[in-house]
Design a protein around this ligand. Sequence first.
Ligand code: GDP
Length: 296
Amino acid sequence: EKLKDSLLKTKKNIIEKIEGLFSLHPTINDDFLEELEEILIYCDIGVNATLQIIEKLKDRVKESGVKTPDEVVETLKTIIRELLETKYRGISKDYPLVIMVVGVNGVGKTTTIGKLAYKYKKEGKKVLLAAGDTFRAAAVDQLEIWSQRAGINMIKHSEGSDPAAVIYDAIYAAKARNVDVLICDTAGRLHNKKNLMEELKKIKRVIMREFPEASKETLLVIDATTGQNALAQARLFKDSVGIDGIALTKLDGTAKGGIIIAVALELDIPVKLVGIGENIDDLQEFSPEDFVNALF
Ligand code: GDP
């Protein structure tokens, strides 16, 4: 299916290198493990996550005599799935639900909000959008296009108004209309980081204060094609705003799918959604099992 296709480049990147490794080192010795370590790091899995994986692989080689390339790949697959599963938390299924979506401009935030809104609508949920990026007029217009495409209402104010006020209005509209899922867009300008983070924290406070009975998700959108840069963004948003999960976009057409592992194991943030194309249907809930099955 589509996830498999999206991860083909990532898979090819990893598997070809592991096969090459076996032609150089037919037995699993220290040289083999050292080079495998380099391969995993090179595939955007991250240094820390790679070390965790290699340690576990060493144990299993000792315990159960893993020898052939197929056995190594099978063992890696199990290790990665188990590690991801220990870190995994799905998106909240308690309603009413408020999802605050954060992320840097250009990563696919608007598109992800449109797809997510549509996904909930298809599941029979009543959805409302809040145009919280009042900094760019184009952001509101773009979100409005998606809201029309998905057939979903949107709360907006004029350009330059206080984003927290938009969210405040949206919360009261959501309550009055018995909305199940309120999805809040936010600004993603990075030229003044401190100012942006303060704005996001203020929005978060408004949601907490005005809608205590709702369950809440702060979802960070990052772009898989940017690899280590995406990881740095995740660290920044985690430390300054706090996030519950990640929507990883543009998994189609990148060989850097390994960052799912880095994000989960190094930053302890679960990837909850993956974007696998530009269409309204191209968003999936992440599953560790489907991910490793597509990867190996
Ligand atoms: P924003 O500035 O973060 O709101 O970014 P947009 O939502 O406008 O998206 C930027 C570009 O990325 C657009 O051309 C989208 O079509 C594209 N895009 C977003 N998500 C995906 C995805 O999962 N796969 C692909 N291939 N393109 C995507």
